[in-house]
Design a protein around this ligand. Structure first.
Ligand code: AMP
Length: 167
């Protein structure tokens, strides 16, 4: 599932996963778990995440590699938040080659930028009003960085997948 922040990837990926009864593999959750469990100790990914920057491919792969392999052994799955760069797509290709699995479909959600900003700020407001802590990257400054990261690092991946015939 590809799409810039606020596009609705999480919502739609969860629906697809529930429909097919398969896991929804959310990279953001894997990173949070790694941070909470101390696996990411010393790597300090929080600061980069709060600024809205992508983490390095090397770091991301340490979080997602085993989870993807495990899910591949068990069933199909919906990948949400990975891959986001051409380098990560190569890693996914290597995992797929070793496990003999295939990509059935790549979905990219692309609402207008104005809609993205509105949704992100709304999400922060709803969290704040309901007494929850808003995501620290749900603000207009970090959103700009996240959108730039999408254009620069993820959009080329979208073109690459289109060229490979994933509609
Ligand atoms: P998300 O919740 O998917 O928007 O991810 C939140 C943040 O986690 C991103 O802004 C990045 O800092 C980091 N992140 C999540 N997935 C990746 C990925 N595949 N590659 C690099 N950074 C990621």
């Amino acid at each position: 599932m590809l799409g810039p922040p606020g596009a609705g990837k999480g919502t739609q990926a969860a629906r697809i996963a529930a429909h097919f009864g398969i896991p929804h593999l959310l990279t953001g959750d894997m990173i949070s778990q790694a941070i909470a469990s101390g696996t990411a100790a010393g790597l300090s990914p929080q600061a980069a995440m709060e600024r809205g920057e992508l983490l390095s491919d090397e770091l991301i792969v340490t979080f997602v590699d085993e989870r993807i392999r495990e899910a591949t052994r068990r069933s199909g799955f919906v990948l949400d938040g990975f891959p986001r760069t051409l380098g990560q797509a190569s890693t996914l290709d290597a995992i797929r080659a070793q496990s003999g699995s295939a990509i059935d479909l790549v979905l990219e959600l692309l609402p207008d930028h104005a809609v993205l900003l509105e949704r992100i700020l709304k999400r922060a407001e709803v969290a704040w009003l309901s007494g929850r802590t808003a995501r620290r990257d749900d603000n207009s400054e970090a959103l700009n960085v996240r959108l730039q990261a999408y254009e620069a690092q993820t959009a080329p991946l979208s073109i690459c997948y289109q060229e490979h015939g994933y509609p």
